[in-house]
Design a protein around this ligand. Structure first.
Ligand SMILES: [Zn+2]
Length: 413
């Protein structure tokens, strides 16, 4: 007989967690290592303890519930995601994966299944990148490098303040590294955050890869000038350069780079006044693609466009790389286990790549890793209106359970 997660217990947890950091518009805000996030993590450990599971917090602040194996020297199968959120985020992103992982441990425990692996439900620190991005999972994978900490996306000040709030020591973050020989794999259930599964009418997504991304800061430098006395033809308008560049980015990617995306997410003009021609424009560009070769090609082409726009407006251009995530292929054998688990539950599946980054990309560097997606209504995510129908959440948790059993019983390598 197939065992299942308890949908009511999972729902109770989901509602209790969504109340922590809840916003008036139905979303949540739990920025990494802020009081709301720390409260959610404490709540998670309490729920784990109440279930009789072991709990542990590592040197990177990752919070775990553990169901040990009776087998000696059993490796650990990690089931995880994250409890932090973006500003004004939704209730499902990350939270579903952590809660489903906890539920899997409770079911396996209640069924008294003897597995040759320990099961660990893990909540990784700072997945969303308020501070560093994948801070906890990179630390666990032994891939947290000094440069990321020296120049974190959220700034040094924010990082140090957050670590202090959480009682973490920057020098010890790397101690969270897990010896790959102690790991039996990593599974993550997550909402898709895009429209593919819903539009296809498919219940479960089997993730093939996580796209890579690069971020660049571009500065167009012209000359500030009086907005009333400087003729149009005499201007070196950095704002105009930035605006033309946005248009070129969209055109270039739409027409020549299918399956990739690029975004100018921010433009800051200086000095920034009604009556001054902007002399400086700081542009934040990010682009994503499934392979490193495609990322290289895209980067080259977008920089060419920026140079051409700058030359046409007589602007100086500086480009500085500020972030880089390599594309990550997920393990084919884990994908097969997930697909088989879904099939055994009578659920439809589709393979797809993830356009968003996830903790799985860090873990995939050191252990076999796989991801399970469930549909996002309207593809909406990172917003309060984020929604996955409850039955889809339960389906995903059941697939996580069956996949965990499939990996555990299929051998711990
Ligand atoms: Zn997430």
């Amino acid at each position: 007989m197939t065992i299942h997660v308890d949908p009511d217990r999972l729902r109770d947890d989901f509602d209790a967690l969504a109340a922590i950091g809840a916003t008036a518009d139905g979303g949540i805000e739990r920025l990494a290592l802020t009081p709301a996030h720390l409260e959610a993590r404490a709540w998670f450990l309490r729920r784990a303890s109440e279930a009789g599971l072991e709990t542990v917090v590592d040197a990177a602040g990752n919070h775990s519930a553990i169901l040990p194996s009776t087998a000696p020297d059993a490796p650990t199968l990690l089931l995880g995601s994250h409890l932090d959120s973006v500003p004004r985020g939704g209730r499902f992103d990350g939270a579903l994966g952590v809660l489903a992982a906890l539920e899997v441990l409770r079911v396996v425990q209640a069924e008294r299944l003897e597995l040759p692996v320990a099961l660990e439900a893990i909540d990784f620190s700072d997945e969303e990148g308020t501070l560093v991005g994948l801070l906890g999972s990179l630390a666990a994978a032994g891939a947290l490098d000094a440069d990321m900490l020296a120049a974190p996306r959220g700034g040094r000040k924010a990082l140090l303040a957050a670590l202090a709030r959480a009682g973490l020591d920057e020098a010890r973050l790397i101690d969270a590294r897990r010896d790959p020989r102690t790991l039996a794999g990593y599974l993550e259930l997550h909402i898709e955050q895009g429209p593919v599964l819903e539009q296809a009418g498919v219940q479960i997504g089997v993730v093939t890869a996580i796209v890579g991304s690069r971020s660049l800061e571009l500065v167009f430098e012209g000359a500030s000038a009086h907005a009333g006395t400087t003729p149009m033809a005499a201007r070196r308008d950095a704002g105009l350069g930035a605006a033309r560049f946005v248009d070129r980015v969209h055109e270039t990617v739409s027409s020549g780079f299918p399956g990739t995306v690029a975004t100018v997410g921010s433009i800051e003009l200086e000095p920034g006044a009604f009556n001054v021609v902007p002399g400086r424009a700081r542009v934040l560009l990010e682009f994503r693609a499934g392979t490193a070769a495609e990322l290289d090609r895209l980067e080259q082409r977008l920089l060419d466009e920026a140079r051409s726009v700058a030359a046409a407006q007589r602007l100086e251009l500086q480009a500085r790389p500020v972030g880089r995530w390599e594309p990550t292929a997920l393990d084919p054998s884990v994908r097969a286990v997930i697909a088989a688990a879904a099939a055994s539950l009578g659920l439809s599946t589709q393979e797809l790549a993830s356009g968003a980054g996830h903790d799985a990309q860090a873990l995939a560097q050191v252990t076999r890793a796989g991801m399970i997606f469930v549909p996002s209504v309207g593809g909406v995510s990172h917003q309060p209106g984020e929604l996955t129908p409850w039955q889809d959440c339960v389906n995903g948790a059941d697939v996580l359970l069956q996949s965990a059993l499939g990996l555990a019983l299929g051998g711990p390598t």
